[in-house]
Write a protein that binds this ligand. Structure first.
Ligand code: ZN
Length: 89
């Protein structure tokens, strides 16, 4: 896992709860990478997924994207764990 702020990435705002993120953790690689349009982010505050748009700002996933995302048990487990840790469940 890589944590921090990739160069050039501005603060992002969760479209689900409005919290501003000033860093991110990349969990599917140990290589330092930049987020790309279409990459998925989980908010550490509310646990909701969002998607990087063409300007690398976060937007809510479409219904089709959300249906695809929640078909991944590991992602749903992470969403639920964040919600549990933050007292949202
Ligand atoms: Zn959020």
């Amino acid at each position: 896992m890589i944590s921090g702020r990739p160069s050039g990435l501005r603060d992002t705002t969760c479209p689900g709860c409005g919290v501003t993120h000033d860093a991110l953790a990349i969990i599917n690689t140990d290589e330092p990478v930049q987020p790309e349009p279409g990459d998925v982010s989980l908010c550490i505050h509310c646990g909701e997924p969002s998607v990087f748009d063409d300007n690398l700002e976060l937007r809510e996933p479409t219904k089709a994207e959300r249906a695809h995302l929640i078909s991944h048990p590991a992602l749903v487990d992470a969403m639920l764990e964040i919600k549990r840790l933050n007292g949202l469940l």
